[in-house]
Design a protein around this ligand. Sequence first.
Ligand code: RIB
Ligand code: CA
Length: 313
Amino acid sequence: MTERRKIIIDTDPGQDDAVAILLALASPELEVLGITAVAGNVPLALTETNARKICELAGKTDTKVFAGAIRPMVRDLVTAEYVHGKTGLDGPDLPPPSMPLQPQHAVDFIVETLRNADVNEVTLCVLGPMTNIALALNRAPDILPKVAEIVAMGGGLFEGGNTTPAAEFNIYVDPHAADVVFRCGRPITLLPLDLTHKCLTTRARVDAFRALGTRVGDATAALLDFFERFDEAKYGTDGGPLHDPNVIAWLLRPDLYQGRHINVEVETMSELTIGMTVADWWGVTDRSANVNYLRDVDDDGFYALLLERLARL
Ligand code: RIB
Ligand code: CA
């Protein structure tokens, strides 16, 4: 096997984050150096607890989990219990975690890990508001060359927003952090709503996880059953979009995805459109192409990968 890809997963679990973490922990191609929790879908005390619950569900209790930013860089925290439930991981009944939370702050872990890494050695997988990442880059710009790539779920153009008409949740919660990340100069791959809205948790797909007959399969089906209800009602579809696991799936099977390198900037001023990702898909400006913006996915291939990998846990 080729050398394992070193990754840090920054996350706000969140049912879809949970499935992304399961996919990463089930995939030998990836070496998860740490999981850093951030406030987002629910407050930090819950996102870090949920991250540990998922590691225990996966049977990977040696995974290092860190707690990071308790709030966005500038704006007040906005959470999404209306989607994820009051625990942020509603659906399955997962026991409180017994594995420890690491004492080091997540931002210190990110900075220290990258400072000790080789150039282009670590990929940052960003599944929630980008607060931890931006704080690390601002505090220690010397770590930038060590970042191989930033792969993030967030934003949207053709699908508009899911939190305001203009903004997707991760970017909306911390637009100032997203602005730091999009301007950082390192390779960025973005998986926006334009893509994730093509990955619906249809009844057949959720039933396939349940048919695994495993604890992970049952928990995944319960996570998705709960998570999808809000978007099913909103969009009138069979199932809801499954966002975050696409970040990990892209690392494993980039052939399932298509997009183009374009300019993406973030609105940080206007209250009407704050958090909007202004994506120059048609190249109407001369702004530099800073993002590999993925718009299309083989959704059957994505779910086949997900099922095959989760069956291993
Ligand atoms: O807009 C979808 C994103 O916001 C996903 O990452 C979901 O987990 C929430 O964080
Ligand atoms: Ca998330």
